[in-house]
Design a protein around this ligand. Sequence first.
Ligand code: BTN
Length: 321
Amino acid sequence: MLALLRLLQDGRFHSGEALGAALGVSRSAVWKRLQVLQAEFSLPLHSVRGRGYRLVTPLRLLDADWLNAQVGAPQWRAHVMPNVDSTNAEALRLLPSAPSLPFYVLAERQTSGRGRRGRSWISPFGENLYYSLVVRVEGGVRQLEGMSLVVGLALLQVIHAFGVTAAGLKWPNDVLVGDRKLAGVLLELSGDPADVCHVVIGIGLNVNMLEAEPGVIGQPWTSMRAELGPLLNRNELVSELNQQLSRYLDIQLRGGFAALQAEWQACHLWQGRNVALTAGNEPVEGRVLGVDSSGAIRLCVEGGERVFSGGELSLRLRDDS
Ligand code: BTN
């Protein structure tokens, strides 16, 4: 199926005969595969008698060979799947038999993409980035401290480098443009966090998505293409993401989150804003002072400073912010 999509991804017309010849199958076999493409992956096709078939929306598919051949990039092996439940889940399944670390999993589509706090992550075919990097952590809790914020910071560099310069961070690790979400990070652990463990760094970045069924994404969202206009090449984004993650995780390994605290804070869109922090049932209201050297959020609450950390916490702006 991917071979057929590769031929069609340019959005131009291709005759059934030419597609059949390229794939070594009959025209009727091509026609059957085209039906599956439309039904299974929700990819609309335009067919015109005498000209053939074309994708209504052109695609740029992920390319494992291109990614694995990048010179000067971290030598992390790419596993590219057309379709998976969740790249984080797949990364955890691959971990026991992985020949080398780090490695990463990419998918064209996720059917059960996982978000933070039990939410799902909408993952249509061929449009966005669904990326999970597996790294080994030997430094115990200290190395894990602030790691999700560091990942957000690395991701933000990529987004800025591709031109979405208005994007910024929202604690702990969302990337926003204004009040619209562009990307999110979900870290999952395997092993003993106090000793040697593996971390799956899951990143969802809205790249080329321009539409979503109303109501399925439960918050305002945007994509890089919605901000910039042209279709983006996701392979180039992945290559840059690998380089930035390697650079920032290395800084954190050597100096802890403290080495990136000031840089992170300078990118925080909600610095100084009035927020409500959801921690358990009772929201805590306060003004954002910044983050501490472990990546915990510092709030001014009723005149005093309080510090909060934990994966289940989330912030929202107060009306008077
Ligand atoms: C969030 O809720 O903000 C975090 C979203 C993380 C989504 C990514 S997509 C790739 C990886 N695989 C998953 O199932 N989730 C993460």
